[in-house]
Write a protein of this length. Structure first.
Length: 261
Protein backbone atom coordinates (compact mmCIF):
# COMPACT_ATOMS: atom_id res chain seq x y z
CA UNK A 1 0.00 0.00 0.00
CA UNK A 2 1.34 3.44 -0.88
CA UNK A 3 0.98 6.55 1.27
CA UNK A 4 -1.76 8.04 -0.89
CA UNK A 5 -3.95 4.95 -0.43
CA UNK A 6 -3.33 4.98 3.33
CA UNK A 7 -4.37 8.65 3.40
CA UNK A 8 -7.55 7.73 1.53
CA UNK A 9 -8.31 5.04 4.12
CA UNK A 10 -7.79 7.49 6.99
CA UNK A 11 -9.96 10.16 5.35
CA UNK A 12 -12.70 7.65 4.57
CA UNK A 13 -12.69 6.41 8.17
CA UNK A 14 -13.03 9.95 9.53
CA UNK A 15 -15.93 10.66 7.20
CA UNK A 16 -17.61 7.35 8.01
CA UNK A 17 -17.38 7.84 11.76
CA UNK A 18 -18.74 11.39 11.47
CA UNK A 19 -22.00 9.93 10.20
CA UNK A 20 -22.60 8.64 13.71
CA UNK A 21 -22.27 11.99 15.46
CA UNK A 22 -25.22 13.05 17.59
CA UNK A 23 -27.22 16.24 17.19
CA UNK A 24 -24.58 18.15 19.15
CA UNK A 25 -21.93 17.15 16.62
CA UNK A 26 -20.25 14.72 19.02
CA UNK A 27 -20.01 10.98 19.10
CA UNK A 28 -21.69 8.99 21.84
CA UNK A 29 -18.97 8.39 24.50
CA UNK A 30 -18.82 4.67 23.67
CA UNK A 31 -18.32 5.42 19.99
CA UNK A 32 -15.70 8.07 20.82
CA UNK A 33 -13.92 5.36 22.78
CA UNK A 34 -13.94 3.08 19.73
CA UNK A 35 -12.75 5.87 17.45
CA UNK A 36 -9.83 6.67 19.77
CA UNK A 37 -9.11 2.95 20.16
CA UNK A 38 -8.90 2.53 16.39
CA UNK A 39 -6.37 5.36 16.06
CA UNK A 40 -4.17 3.90 18.81
CA UNK A 41 -4.37 0.40 17.33
CA UNK A 42 -3.24 1.85 14.01
CA UNK A 43 -0.20 3.39 15.72
CA UNK A 44 0.67 0.12 17.45
CA UNK A 45 0.15 -1.83 14.22
CA UNK A 46 2.64 0.45 12.49
CA UNK A 47 5.06 0.14 15.41
CA UNK A 48 4.96 -3.65 15.48
CA UNK A 49 5.29 -4.00 11.71
CA UNK A 50 8.24 -1.57 11.66
CA UNK A 51 9.96 -3.42 14.51
CA UNK A 52 9.56 -6.65 12.55
CA UNK A 53 11.42 -5.04 9.66
CA UNK A 54 8.51 -5.25 7.24
CA UNK A 55 8.78 -3.15 4.06
CA UNK A 56 7.18 0.29 4.13
CA UNK A 57 4.27 -0.84 1.95
CA UNK A 58 3.43 -3.57 4.47
CA UNK A 59 3.82 -1.20 7.40
CA UNK A 60 1.24 1.08 5.78
CA UNK A 61 -1.07 -1.89 5.17
CA UNK A 62 -0.78 -2.86 8.83
CA UNK A 63 -1.69 0.70 9.81
CA UNK A 64 -4.71 0.64 7.50
CA UNK A 65 -5.99 -2.57 9.08
CA UNK A 66 -5.54 -0.96 12.48
CA UNK A 67 -7.68 1.99 11.40
CA UNK A 68 -10.43 -0.19 9.95
CA UNK A 69 -10.45 -3.25 12.21
CA UNK A 70 -13.37 -2.04 14.36
CA UNK A 71 -15.36 -0.23 11.67
CA UNK A 72 -18.26 -2.60 12.34
CA UNK A 73 -18.59 -1.25 15.88
CA UNK A 74 -20.19 2.00 14.73
CA UNK A 75 -23.25 0.60 12.91
CA UNK A 76 -23.44 -2.16 15.53
CA UNK A 77 -23.86 0.34 18.36
CA UNK A 78 -26.13 2.61 16.34
CA UNK A 79 -28.48 -0.26 15.47
CA UNK A 80 -28.37 -2.38 18.62
CA UNK A 81 -27.16 -0.01 21.35
CA UNK A 82 -24.52 -2.47 22.50
CA UNK A 83 -21.04 -3.79 21.77
CA UNK A 84 -21.97 -7.30 22.90
CA UNK A 85 -21.64 -9.43 19.78
CA UNK A 86 -23.75 -12.16 21.34
CA UNK A 87 -26.64 -9.72 21.74
CA UNK A 88 -26.29 -8.15 18.30
CA UNK A 89 -23.89 -9.12 15.49
CA UNK A 90 -20.32 -10.30 15.13
CA UNK A 91 -18.58 -6.94 14.76
CA UNK A 92 -15.69 -8.41 12.78
CA UNK A 93 -18.00 -9.92 10.20
CA UNK A 94 -20.14 -6.77 10.23
CA UNK A 95 -17.09 -4.59 9.62
CA UNK A 96 -16.00 -6.89 6.81
CA UNK A 97 -19.31 -6.12 5.11
CA UNK A 98 -19.05 -2.39 5.73
CA UNK A 99 -15.54 -2.11 4.28
CA UNK A 100 -16.21 -4.59 1.50
CA UNK A 101 -19.31 -2.80 0.27
CA UNK A 102 -17.71 0.65 0.41
CA UNK A 103 -15.08 2.15 -1.89
CA UNK A 104 -12.50 2.57 0.86
CA UNK A 105 -10.22 -0.09 -0.67
CA UNK A 106 -10.87 0.81 -4.31
CA UNK A 107 -7.22 1.79 -4.85
CA UNK A 108 -5.90 -1.52 -3.50
CA UNK A 109 -4.97 -4.55 -5.55
CA UNK A 110 -7.32 -7.54 -5.18
CA UNK A 111 -4.66 -9.34 -3.13
CA UNK A 112 -4.17 -6.42 -0.75
CA UNK A 113 -7.90 -5.89 -0.47
CA UNK A 114 -8.32 -9.53 0.56
CA UNK A 115 -5.60 -9.17 3.20
CA UNK A 116 -7.21 -6.08 4.74
CA UNK A 117 -10.73 -7.49 4.68
CA UNK A 118 -9.57 -10.72 6.30
CA UNK A 119 -7.86 -8.69 9.01
CA UNK A 120 -11.15 -6.94 9.75
CA UNK A 121 -13.24 -10.11 9.50
CA UNK A 122 -11.17 -12.33 11.78
CA UNK A 123 -9.46 -9.96 14.21
CA UNK A 124 -11.92 -10.84 16.97
CA UNK A 125 -12.11 -14.61 16.46
CA UNK A 126 -11.18 -16.68 19.49
CA UNK A 127 -9.18 -19.06 17.27
CA UNK A 128 -7.33 -17.99 14.13
CA UNK A 129 -8.77 -19.70 11.02
CA UNK A 130 -6.32 -22.23 9.64
CA UNK A 131 -7.48 -21.96 6.03
CA UNK A 132 -6.21 -18.40 5.46
CA UNK A 133 -3.42 -17.74 2.99
CA UNK A 134 -0.01 -16.98 4.55
CA UNK A 135 -0.14 -13.31 3.52
CA UNK A 136 -3.49 -12.79 5.22
CA UNK A 137 -2.34 -14.78 8.23
CA UNK A 138 0.70 -12.66 9.03
CA UNK A 139 -1.32 -9.43 8.94
CA UNK A 140 -4.15 -10.99 10.94
CA UNK A 141 -1.72 -12.04 13.66
CA UNK A 142 -0.40 -8.49 13.80
CA UNK A 143 -3.79 -6.78 14.15
CA UNK A 144 -4.78 -9.24 16.86
CA UNK A 145 -1.61 -8.30 18.76
CA UNK A 146 -2.13 -4.56 18.37
CA UNK A 147 -5.80 -4.82 19.34
CA UNK A 148 -4.99 -6.67 22.57
CA UNK A 149 -2.30 -4.13 23.45
CA UNK A 150 -4.77 -1.27 23.36
CA UNK A 151 -7.58 -3.12 25.10
CA UNK A 152 -5.20 -3.49 28.04
CA UNK A 153 -5.06 0.31 28.08
CA UNK A 154 -8.82 0.82 27.57
CA UNK A 155 -9.72 -1.45 30.47
CA UNK A 156 -7.08 -0.11 32.84
CA UNK A 157 -8.25 3.44 32.04
CA UNK A 158 -11.88 2.44 32.67
CA UNK A 159 -10.89 0.97 36.04
CA UNK A 160 -8.56 3.79 37.07
CA UNK A 161 -11.02 6.54 36.20
CA UNK A 162 -14.17 4.54 37.09
CA UNK A 163 -15.59 5.07 33.62
CA UNK A 164 -17.43 1.77 34.04
CA UNK A 165 -19.76 3.42 36.55
CA UNK A 166 -21.43 5.38 33.75
CA UNK A 167 -20.70 2.79 31.06
CA UNK A 168 -20.81 -0.67 32.70
CA UNK A 169 -20.50 -2.31 29.30
CA UNK A 170 -16.80 -1.46 29.40
CA UNK A 171 -16.50 -4.28 31.94
CA UNK A 172 -19.05 -6.48 30.18
CA UNK A 173 -21.55 -5.48 32.88
CA UNK A 174 -19.51 -7.46 35.40
CA UNK A 175 -19.78 -6.77 39.14
CA UNK A 176 -16.85 -4.48 40.05
CA UNK A 177 -16.80 -5.82 43.61
CA UNK A 178 -17.35 -9.52 42.94
CA UNK A 179 -14.87 -12.36 43.56
CA UNK A 180 -13.05 -14.45 40.98
CA UNK A 181 -15.19 -17.06 39.26
CA UNK A 182 -13.80 -20.53 40.13
CA UNK A 183 -14.83 -21.77 36.68
CA UNK A 184 -12.66 -19.12 35.03
CA UNK A 185 -9.69 -19.96 37.25
CA UNK A 186 -10.10 -23.62 36.36
CA UNK A 187 -10.23 -22.79 32.66
CA UNK A 188 -7.06 -20.76 32.94
CA UNK A 189 -5.23 -23.51 34.84
CA UNK A 190 -6.20 -26.11 32.26
CA UNK A 191 -6.02 -24.14 29.01
CA UNK A 192 -4.22 -20.85 29.74
CA UNK A 193 -7.31 -19.13 28.35
CA UNK A 194 -10.79 -18.24 29.51
CA UNK A 195 -14.32 -17.73 28.22
CA UNK A 196 -16.32 -14.52 28.34
CA UNK A 197 -19.26 -16.57 29.64
CA UNK A 198 -17.35 -17.07 32.90
CA UNK A 199 -16.71 -13.38 33.55
CA UNK A 200 -18.76 -12.25 36.53
CA UNK A 201 -16.51 -9.63 38.12
CA UNK A 202 -13.81 -7.04 37.55
CA UNK A 203 -11.32 -9.59 38.87
CA UNK A 204 -12.44 -12.02 36.17
CA UNK A 205 -12.05 -9.35 33.48
CA UNK A 206 -8.49 -8.71 34.59
CA UNK A 207 -7.71 -12.42 34.73
CA UNK A 208 -8.95 -12.84 31.17
CA UNK A 209 -6.67 -10.01 30.05
CA UNK A 210 -3.71 -11.70 31.69
CA UNK A 211 -4.27 -14.84 29.62
CA UNK A 212 -4.10 -12.85 26.40
CA UNK A 213 -0.30 -12.95 26.56
CA UNK A 214 -0.47 -16.62 25.55
CA UNK A 215 -2.08 -15.64 22.25
CA UNK A 216 0.48 -12.98 21.31
CA UNK A 217 2.16 -13.66 17.98
CA UNK A 218 5.12 -11.30 17.54
CA UNK A 219 8.13 -10.48 19.70
CA UNK A 220 7.75 -6.65 19.45
CA UNK A 221 4.33 -7.06 21.07
CA UNK A 222 5.85 -8.90 24.01
CA UNK A 223 8.35 -6.04 24.29
CA UNK A 224 5.49 -3.52 24.43
CA UNK A 225 3.76 -5.54 27.16
CA UNK A 226 6.94 -5.50 29.22
CA UNK A 227 7.84 -1.84 28.57
CA UNK A 228 4.33 -0.64 29.38
CA UNK A 229 4.25 -2.84 32.50
CA UNK A 230 0.78 -4.01 31.59
CA UNK A 231 0.80 -7.10 33.78
CA UNK A 232 2.24 -5.15 36.69
CA UNK A 233 -0.62 -2.69 36.35
CA UNK A 234 -3.14 -5.50 36.60
CA UNK A 235 -1.38 -7.05 39.58
CA UNK A 236 -1.57 -3.72 41.41
CA UNK A 237 -5.39 -3.77 41.42
CA UNK A 238 -5.86 -7.48 42.10
CA UNK A 239 -6.42 -9.20 45.49
CA UNK A 240 -3.45 -10.86 47.15
CA UNK A 241 -5.00 -14.27 46.60
CA UNK A 242 -2.57 -17.16 45.89
CA UNK A 243 -4.57 -18.53 42.95
CA UNK A 244 -4.89 -15.12 41.32
CA UNK A 245 -1.27 -14.19 41.90
CA UNK A 246 -0.17 -17.54 40.48
CA UNK A 247 -1.96 -16.75 37.19
CA UNK A 248 -0.28 -13.35 36.91
CA UNK A 249 3.16 -14.70 37.83
CA UNK A 250 2.90 -17.45 35.21
CA UNK A 251 1.97 -14.91 32.55
CA UNK A 252 4.87 -12.63 33.48
CA UNK A 253 7.29 -15.54 33.30
CA UNK A 254 5.88 -16.45 29.89
CA UNK A 255 6.53 -12.92 28.60
CA UNK A 256 10.05 -12.93 30.07
CA UNK A 257 10.82 -16.26 28.43
CA UNK A 258 9.59 -14.99 25.06
CA UNK A 259 11.77 -11.89 25.30
CA UNK A 260 14.86 -13.90 26.20
CA UNK A 261 14.36 -16.57 23.55
Amino acid sequence: MNQQTLNEVCNWFDDYVNRYCQGNGRLHPMLQLKFDHSLRVAVDSRKIASALGWPDKDVRTAEAIGILHDVGRFPQFAKFGTFFDTDSVNHGKYGYGVAGESKVLASCSPKKREVILNGIRYHNCRVIPTELKPESLRFLKLIRDADKLDIFYVLSDAIRNKRFVEHPELLLNANPEGPANPKLLQEIREQRSGSYKNIDSLIDMNLLQVTWVYGINYSPTFRCIAERRLLEGIRAVMPNDPEIQEVITAAREFVTDKLSA
